[in-house]
Design a binder for this molecule. Structure first.
Ligand code: EPU
Length: 431
C-alpha cells in the first residue's frame, strides 16, 4: 500500500506550470479511434488514467508511439476489434465508456463493459443510451456488457434530461458519422467538451456550438490525420490555487486558461483570498484571514464538483460557518469523515455539508477513497499540526501529473520510502 507522509504546517510557495487536462485527454484518446488515421496529441498528461487508456487502445490494435513525456502519436488504422478490453482493465476508469461512442461511429457496433457505480455514488448511463437509441442504435445489456449495433446511424434531435459531460461527449462521437444533422440540446458546456469537439473537427468532423447549450453535428464519412494540443487542467490548477489559499501560501500558476477557473476565483475572492490573473497565469496569496462562504456545485460554468473537497479544506480555517451543497454526485462527501478525524467540525445531511471553521486540524492517518478526496486530504495534511499519513495515494496519481516534482517546486520535498518492501513517500517539509 502506497502511503504519503505529509509534514504539517507547511505553505505552498512558488510557481508551477499546469499540465494537460485529464478529463479532456481521456476523451480525446478514445475519440482518436474514430478516424482510422494518424493523430499526434500534445500536452498529454503522464498520469495513470492516460496510461490505462493508451493500453486499451493498444489492446484494440492501435499503434502508440511516445514522442517525449507529453506527446504521443497514435495510428488507429489497424484497429479491428469492436469490443473494448475486459472489465478488469476497463473498470479502472470511467472514461472507457467513451469507446461506446467512438466504436459505434467507426463500426456501427460496440461492446463495452457497463461501467459500475463508484466511490462517488451511482453512475447511470441512461442519457448515453437514450441518445444512441435516438441515433438508430439497438442497445442491450448482457453479461455485464453494453452491446450497441446500428446498420446506419441517422442524425436526430436529442434533448438531454440531465446535463452530463460523459453523455454529451459520447453522443458527439457517435453523431460524427451519422447520416445528416444531429442536434444535441441541454448539453454540458465544460471546456473538456469543447476540447474534444476541436479535436474531432481537426480530424475532419463537423461540430458547431460546443461550449453552448446546443451542439450541432453534421455527419461526415471521411477523416484525416490531425494534431492536437490538450487544454490545461482547470481542476489541477484549482487544486493548487485552493492549496495555496488553505496553507496561507503564495503561488503563481503558469499556462492556465484563467476563464476556466472563473467560479473558483470568484469564491476565493469572496473568502478574502487575494487572486489575480493575466493572459495565461493566475497568482494567489492566502495570507489574509479566511472568510466563510457558501458553495453550490453546478455544471460548468458553475463551481465544479471536482474542487468541492479542496474548498472544504480551505473553509475549515475560515472563522464562521460555511455551507456546501453538492448537486452533482450524491457520494461526494467521502473526505468528510477523514477531515473530521483531523479535527474538522463538519456536519453532513444529505447533499449538504455545514462547516464550522476556525479549528486547527491535527495530523492523523487518513485514507483517500477517490482522486479528489485524496487531493483534499493532502492539502489538509499540509495545513495540520503534526504529520499526516495518507493512504490510497494511487487515486491521486490517477489525475495529478508530476505530483512530487510540483509540490517540491512549491517548496515541499518528498522522498520515496520503502516499508515492508512497499513504497512510501516521506515529505521533508519546506526547504
Ligand atoms: N448522469 C445521469 N445519467 C447519465 C449520465 C450522467 O443521471 O446518463 C448524472 C450523474 O449521475 C451525475 C451527473 O449526471 O449526477 C453528472 O455526471 P456526468 O455525466 O457529467 O459525469 P461524468 O461524465 O461521468 C465527468 C468527469 C468527472 C466530473 C464530472 C462532472 C470525466 C472522465 N469525468 O464525469 O471527473 O466530476 O464529469 O463534471 O470526464 C474527476 O476528474 O475526479 C471526476 C470525477
Amino acid at each position: 500500500m502506497t502511503k504519503l507522509v505529509i509534514p504539517g504546517k507547511q505553505s505552498l510557495r512558488g510557481n508551477i506550470k499546469i499540465s494537460g487536462s485529464k478529463n479532456a485527454a481521456v476523451a480525446v484518446l478514445a475519440a482518436s479511434l474514430i478516424s482510422g488515421k494518424k493523430v499526434c496529441v500534445d500536452n498529454l498528461p503522464d498520469i495513470t488514467d492516460v496510461r490505462t487508456l493508451l493500453e486499451i487502445l493498444q489492446y484494440m490494435g492501435a499503434t502508440v508511439r511516445r514522442r517525449g513525456r507529453n506527446t504521443v502519436e497514435i495510428c488507429t488504422a489497424n484497429v479491428k476489434k469492436t469490443h473494448a478490453p475486459p472489465y478488469e482493465l476497463v473498470k479502472k476508469l470511467r472514461a472507457s465508456s467513451y469507446f461506446m461512442g467512438s466504436l459505434l461511429a467507426r463500426y456501427g457496433k460496440a461492446e463495452v463493459p457497463v461501467p459500475g457505480g463508484c466511490e462517488l455514488g451511482p453512475r447511470p448511463i441512461d442519457q448515453h443510451i437514450k441518445g444512441f437509441t435516438a441515433l438508430g442504435a439497438e442497445t442491450e445489456v448482457e453479461h455485464g456488457l453494453v452491446k450497441l449495433y446500428a446498420s446506419n446511424l441517422q442524425g436526430a434531435h436529442i434533448y438531454m434530461d440531465v446535463i452530463s459531460v460523459g453523455a454529451t461527449i459520447n453522443l458527439m462521437l457517435a453523431a460524427c458519422t451519422a447520416e445528416g444533422r444531429t442536434v444535441l440540446e441541454n448539453v454540458a458546456k465544460e471546456p473538456e467538451v469543447v476540447d474534444v469537439a476541436n479535436f474531432l473537427n481537426a480530424m475532419g468532423a463537423s461540430i458547431r456550438g460546443a461550449g453552448t447549450d446546443i451542439i450541432r453535428v453534421d455527419g461526415v464519412d471521411r477523416f484525416h490525420n490531425a494534431t492536437h494540443s490538450i487544454i490545461p487542467d482547470r481542476i489541477e490548477a484549482g487544486t493548487f490555487l485552493l492549496g495555496a489559499a488553505a496553507t496561507g501560501g503564495e503561488v503563481c500558476l503558469r499556462e492556465v486558461i484563467p476563464q476556466h477557473l472563473d467560479a473558483a476565483m470568484a469564491k476565493l475572492k469572496e473568502a478574502g483570498v487575494e487572486v489575480c490573473d493575466s493572459e495565461d497565469t493566475i497568482w494567489v496569496n492566502g495570507n489574509a484571514e479566511t472568510l466563510p462562504v457558501d458553495i453550490k456545485t453546478f455544471p460548468y460554468p458553475g463551481f465544479p464538483t471536482d474542487l468541492q473537497p479542496m474548498i472544504m479544506v480551505l473553509l475549515t480555517r475560515a472563522h464562521g460557518t460555511s455551507v456546501i451543497t453538492e448537486n452533482i454526485f450524491e457520494g461526494r462527501f467521502n473526505h468528510v469523515d477523514e477531515l473530521k478525524r483531523m479535527g474538522a467540525n463538519i456536519k453532513v445531511e444529505g447533499r449538504t455539508a455545514v462547516i464550522d471553521g476556525g479549528s486547527t486540524l491535527s495530523g492523523a492517518p487518513v485514507n483517500a477513497t477517490d482522486l479528489r478526496a485524496g487531493a483534499a486530504l493532502l492539502l489538509a495534511g499540509l495545513t495540520a499540526e503534526g504529520e499526516t499519513v495518507l493512504s490510497g495515494v494511487e487515486h491521486v496519481y490517477r489525475g495529478y501529473e508530476y505530483l512530487e516534482e510540483k509540490i517540491s517546486q512549491l517548496g515541499i520535498s518528498f522522498k520515496w520510502h520503502r516499508e515492508n518492501g512497499k513504497k512510501q513517500i516521506k515529505g521533508l517539509g519546506n526547504q
